[in-house]
Design a protein around this ligand. Structure first.
Ligand code: HEM
Length: 460
């Protein structure tokens, strides 16, 4: 972003990052990075080169930052690519046959049928629910927060409460605490990759898998109970939540509706795919805004010009350009879904390289969004990049939500929620971190700051 646009509302500074190794990683270094911080698997060359090819745990792997090649794999020839066996292994026990893992005709049916639940009219539900949850949380925050404060519990409560109420409204009143507890007990562990996930053939179950299946069963049973409970409540004509929209949805082509088990898998998928990703977007936003008092003021000013109450939030959310620019910049520097991996089903050619069936092609939003060829001062936090009058990022260089037919179905949900939470929170409080401890981004399942800083909160 050119410095010709001086604007003191927008602080700019070097964002937290990892220092990449100057050499290609050895196998032990790779294994260690996979378990401790996946962001360390990319050496310096990944941030400079367009495409890198090499073996990755016995498979040929093509890693690309080339927009045309990314478009080819995710959009133009997407049907030649599938999620990898390791992805199925890790996620199947908790996502079942929901949208994320389904394939082919079954996936097309699901995506068509789910589309209305994520259309603009449904975002009105998300905006209202976000404002309601936030009102409760901000009251609590202002009452509690005098000394150093850990914002993470509040952020996690917001994310799970918004997802739960937007999807299940009434059932959430009774089962919400249990849902939160299930998450707290094993949320992050569920997706932790183990070496056996990539080393064992797809047909062989490793020890991690047996453990995941056991816990996954408990999770899916719990979601099913929520679905059953919610199903007993009438919607009284108007869709009350996404449950109503999904339970009533019919495939526009075949007229088929979702069965109870199919609804269970969709909700399990949405809660897992949407909860941690949105929570971490919020956490990183607060970490970066803590260093940007002027930007906090700009967001507060913008927010106070609109009605962000449960009644007005849906109409206001599109009129918060500064807040939205911050969310977009946070998603550039700290994309929660830091890597998109595909396995080829048949021969292809990507970025000039021959691809055989079984080869792996990966795109890492984490690297792409910090790549020297695509961004000016790539590691600098600068929300001006995403103001409405700034030039949009070049095509296929900014993919926090992926691209093509498998693009995130919850993108508008997440953007609506994150924009409203930031605007409403900063309208009411100022925050800064307690001391200047350097944080390191760490990715295991999603990308979080380590250590998670404490914040000082002051009422406006
Ligand atoms: C900031 C928050 C979020 C981020 C960064 C994010 C990111 C992504 C990305 C990158 C993909 C594509 C993965 C691929 O192509 O392999 C994806 C897919 C998906 N996301 Fe999100 N997501 C977020 C929030 C949500 C929310 C709130 C929901 C649901 C309520 C959701 C549900 C899904 C589902 C179901 C898919 C699979 C779509 C398909 O395969 O057709 N996500 N997400």
């Amino acid at each position: 972003m050119p410095d010709a646009l001086p604007d003191e509302r927008f602080e700019r500074f070097e964002a937290p990052g990892v220092t990449p190794l100057p050499h290609p990683l050895t196998r032990p270094e790779l294994l260690l990075a996979m378990r401790s911080n996946v962001l360390r698997i990319w050496g310096e060359a990944a941030y400079r080169e367009r495409t890198l090819v090499g073996p990755f745990f016995g498979q040929k792997s093509v890693f690309t930052n080339e927009p045309e090649a990314i478009r080819h794999v995710l959009v133009d020839n997407a049907k030649n690519y599938t999620r990898t066996p390791a992805t199925f292994r890790i996620l199947k026990p908790v996502l079942g046959n929901g949208l994320f893992l389904s394939e082919g005709e079954e996936w097309r049916f699901q995506r068509r049928t789910l589309a209305p639940a994520f259309a603009p009219r449904a975002m009105g539900i998300v905006a209202r629910v976000t404002a309601e949850v936030l009102d409760e949380e901000l009251r609590r925050l202002k009452a509690e927060a005098l000394g150093p404060h850990d914002l993470m519990p509040m952020i996690q409560r917001i994310a799970i409460e918004v997802a739960g109420r937007a999807m299940f409204s009434t059932a959430m009143q009774r089962r919400g605490p249990q849902l939160r507890k299930l998450f707290e007990t094993y949320g992050r562990d569920l997706g932790m990759p183990y070496p056996s996930d990539v080393l064992l053939p797809a047909s062989v179950a490793g020890p991690a898998e047996l453990w995941r299946r056991l816990r996954g069963r408990r999770w899916l049973d719990f979601i099913k109970a929520m679905v059953e409970q919610r199903k007993r409540v009438s919607s009284e004509g108007r869709p009350r939540d996404l449950f109503d929209l999904m339970a009533e949805a019919r495939d526009p082509e075949s007229g088929r509706a979702f069965s109870l088990d199919e609804l269970r898998d969709q909700f399990a998928t949405f809660i897992i795919a949407g909860h941690e990703t949105t929570a971490l977007t919020l956490l990183w936003s607060f970490v970066l805004l803590a260093r940007s008092p002027n930007l906090q003021d700009a967001i507060a000013r913008e927010a106070s010009a609109h009605d962000l109450s449960p009644v007005g939030a849906a109409a206001a959310v599109e009129s918060l350009p500064v807040t939205r620019a911050v969310v977009n910049e946070v998603l550039r520097l700290f994309p929660p879904a830091f890597m998109i991996v595909r396995e080829a089903k048949a021969k292809d050619r990507v970025a000039g390289y021959e691809i055989e069936k079984g080869d792996v092609v990966s795109v890492a939003p984490w690297v792409l969004h910090r790549h020297a060829a695509h961004w000016e001062k790539p590691t600098v936090f600068d929300a001006r990049r995403f103001l409405p009058d700034a030039p949009p990022p070049a095509k296929f260089t900014y993919l926090p939500f992926g691209a093509g037919p498998r693009v995130c179905i919850g993108a508008q949900f997440a953007l609506t929620e994150a924009t409203l939470v930031l605007a409403r929170t900063l309208e009411q409080v100022r925050l800064k971190t307690v001391d200047d401890v350097a944080v390191e981004p760490v990715a295991v399942v999603t990308t979080y700051p380590s250590p998670i800083p404490l914040f000082e909160i002051a009422r406006r």
